[in-house]
Write a protein of this length. Structure first.
Length: 446
């Protein structure tokens, strides 16, 4: 047995969390546009989820929010003056650009990067490719800081390879781990990596945006030196995207031997099953399919049943689903889950509900908020220790959130130049709580 473990690194919700309706094809983001957001509650909900997983016996990491509003980007677009003036001017003259510059979307760490554990990579290193997130203007801004964060977290080049984002172009559209699954007999064993794409670069587009191209998946698999004999590329069902599954992780999640998915998640389910089975040397895959006549795509998307975290608690004989409370509030998904976990020999035998409502209103469930990194004990020892959550760090973060975050952000509050000062002073302090240093955020150098 290998001692490698899968560690969830959650994105800390940033102080500018708001509802701007920025993501076409993400029904929650559209539905909740211009609602009053509660940044303090959002961040505390995220932290409480991380602490819950720790209480269940799992290791947990944390990733810092990005500098928002992104004043450097606004300066590059010709705005000048003090940082507060840049913000006021941008807000007044370019509202679309300003809203993108304010988004706290880096909280959804499943979109930060694609991770391949060292067991899967020919050079024996753990590989990470930063996602270019090129489909949405507000998200394309994330790659630069994500790369710096991952370099701080994974500094040892002999063990870790952090790749820059693919050139941001429509043909190489990449949204990271949200469109990537891995099945393995246990986390440290060689796995089967499954890349899920929505379109090929040459195809004409129709319907909601398909944010992942096959070409991007191929590029990542090549850079990570994955074995083609253990790598699968599967097309997401176009009807799932059009029903609001803008990432594969809205309709499917995998862990160890288990792939839990909606009947309509994949364009060719039979081919996917056959390919996984054929490539799964040493692993007996279990497919847990939720039929559409039990849970329709619409209920899957509104409840975020599949955007749950699927994991094995220490010593447990079956997997646990960490689901959003919205799953419990939906009769269809609630009764499906209740029945599923009591089946004899259920692959998924427990459910835990977590409250991440503020994030959910922007289309981000428990699984969106985390980036999974499988680490061997040696890799964990080589990673920067300050990103791993313990009670002391959690208490510091809780105090920091409570001191710095606004309780509410209404659409009319967003123009306020004081928001720039507030978020900068919050992030400045954060660089002393997490191992970021005095030059991490661009404003620190101005
Ligand atoms: O990219 N929402 C994010 C949600 C990302 C969820 N991630 C995963 N499924 N892994 C998105 O659409 C909304 C922001 C706003 O509208 O203010 C937003 O960016």
């Amino acid at each position: 047995m290998s001692d490698a473990e899968e560690i969830n690194f959650d994105g800390l919700v940033g102080p500018t969390h708001n509802y701007a309706g920025l993501s076409e094809g993400n029904l929650a983001s559209a539905r909740n546009a211009n609602m009053v957001a509660r940044p303090r509650e959002a961040a505390l909900q995220g932290l409480a989820k991380m602490q819950r997983l720790r209480a269940l016996g799992l290791s947990q990491g944390v990733l810092p929010p990005h500098e928002r509003p992104n004043i450097s980007w606004l300066r590059s677009l010709g705005f000048s003056g003090s940082d507060g003036e840049v913000w006021e001017r941008a807000w007044k003259s370019e509202p679309t650009i300003a809203r993108a510059a304010l988004a706290a979307s880096a909280m959804w760490a499943a979109n930060a990067a694609t991770i391949s554990p060292s067991a899967d990579c020919a050079d024996g290193r753990l590989h990470a490719t930063v996602a270019n997130l090129q489909t949405m203007l507000h998200r394309i801004l994330e790659g630069e800081q994500t790369e710096r964060t991952l370099q701080r977290l994974l500094p040892d080049e002999a063990r870790f390879a952090v790749h820059s984002a693919l050139l941001p172009h429509d043909a190489l559209s990449d949204e990271g781990a949200a469109n990537h699954m891995r099945m393995a007999a246990e986390p440290g064993a060689r796995g089967v990596e499954i890349f899920v794409y929505g379109r090929k670069a040459s195809e004409t587009k129709a319907g909601f945006p398909a944010r992942q191209t096959l070409e991007a998946c191929h590029a990542i698999a090549r850079s990570h030196a994955l074995d083609p004999a253990r790598t699968v590329f599967a097309r997401q069902a176009p009807q799932a995207i059009d029903a609001g599954a803008f990432h594969n992780d809205v309709v499917a999640v995998a862990h160890e031997q288990v792939l839990f998915h909606h009947e309509d998640a994949f364009a060719d389910k039979a081919a996917l099953y056959a390919e996984v089975q054929g490539k799964a040397d040493g692993l007996a895959p279990i497919f847990v399919e939720v039929p559409r006549d039990r849970v329709g795509l619409e209920d899957a998307v509104t409840s975020y049943l599949f955007n749950s975290q699927l994991l094995r608690l220490p010593g447990a004989s079956s997997l646990t689903l960490i689901a959003p409370t919205e799953v419990r509030e939906n009769n269809k998904t609630a009764s499906y889950v209740t029945e599923m976990i009591v089946q004899p020999n259920a692959a998924i035998g427990q459910v835990e509900y977590v409250e991440v409502r503020e994030s959910m209103r922007n289309g981000g469930g428990p699984a969106c908020l985390r980036l999974r990194i499988v680490m061997t004990p040696a890799e964990r020892a080589a990673a920067a220790p300050g990103f791993f959550l313990d009670d002391t760090l959690a208490a510091k973060l809780e105090g920091w959130i409570t001191r710095h975050y606004r309780e509410e952000l209404a659409p009319d509050d967003l123009a306020d130049p004081a928001l720039v000062r507030e978020t900068q002073s919050a992030l400045d302090e954060l660089t002393r709580i997490l191992p970021l240093g005095a030059d991490f955020y661009p404003f620190q150098g101005r």
